[in-house]
Design a protein around this ligand. Sequence first.
Ligand SMILES: NC(=O)c1ccc[n+]([C@@H]2O[C@H](COP(=O)([O-])OP(=O)(O)OC[C@H]3O[C@@H](n4cnc5c(N)ncnc54)[C@H](O)[C@@H]3O)[C@@H](O)[C@H]2O)c1
Length: 252
Amino acid sequence: MAVTISLEGKSVLVTGASQGIGVAIARKFAEAGALTGLAARNEEKAADVAASITAAGGQAFALKMDVSDPASVSAGMKAFLERAGKIDILVNNAGITSDGLILRMSKESWDKVLGTDLTGVFLVSQEAVKSMIKKKIAGRIITVGSVVGLMGNAGQTNYSAAKAGVVGFTMALAREVGSRGITVNAVAPGYIETAMTDELSAEQREKLSAQIVLGRLGTGTDVAGAALFLASDAASYITGTCINVSGGLFIG
Ligand SMILES: NC(=O)c1ccc[n+]([C@@H]2O[C@H](COP(=O)([O-])OP(=O)(O)OC[C@H]3O[C@@H](n4cnc5c(N)ncnc54)[C@H](O)[C@@H]3O)[C@@H](O)[C@H]2O)c1
């Protein structure tokens, strides 16, 4: 018998949903029947994705949100709630990198990455928890971290610190809101195929794949599958954890 995940009647907000992994997550959640809000700094880009989801029979809409800006987060959440009525699931996906070796890393680069990848997660989660508690919703908060937050990566002290911070944030918030029935988890992708990896040469791709136990880069759909699982009833007894979605790039 086929087992399917249904999110009918649920509303989900996905941040950074104008491209890449965020789009794959938004599509997967909409396919599962959720009303899906795609938040992005560039609302028009997110609106194009939302239109393609709607054309495929899903329910989706776009909204503007810069996760690093408290006023934008609060306005974006207000717009989401006006449209969806409630928030059942938040997927914190928005993230940036600004790589460099520590001796050359500017404070600006450090602040930018921490401001989006960690403070952004705090700001949006705070708004979501506020609404979930007010409406007595046993919601789900899922954050896209990275394996570099678990294993480190040279040239990414800022990004690794932010993504490790996401794991600590997830564990602490899970402890705070568990009594309200809200679960808080993270997923930690490894190397995922994106517009950026499209530019890799065959040789570079082979070198990367050789580091991965499963022998290939992951896809946005691989990450979306783990997020969908965490949002489903099948994961109702899971909180405060981080699922490693790296094909074995990191095992530990
Ligand atoms: N691609 C990978 O190999 C990989 C690996 C591990 C983790 N991740 C994580 O997955 C998530 C998605 O990454 P991706 O590969 O799809 O990257 P991407 O650059 O294609 O997409 C990131 C999205 O976040 C948005 N974003 C950035 N800053 C924002 C802000 N301040 N407010 C709102 N939106 C903002 C971007 O506009 C974009 O839509 C990120 O958190 C990233 O750190 C990616």
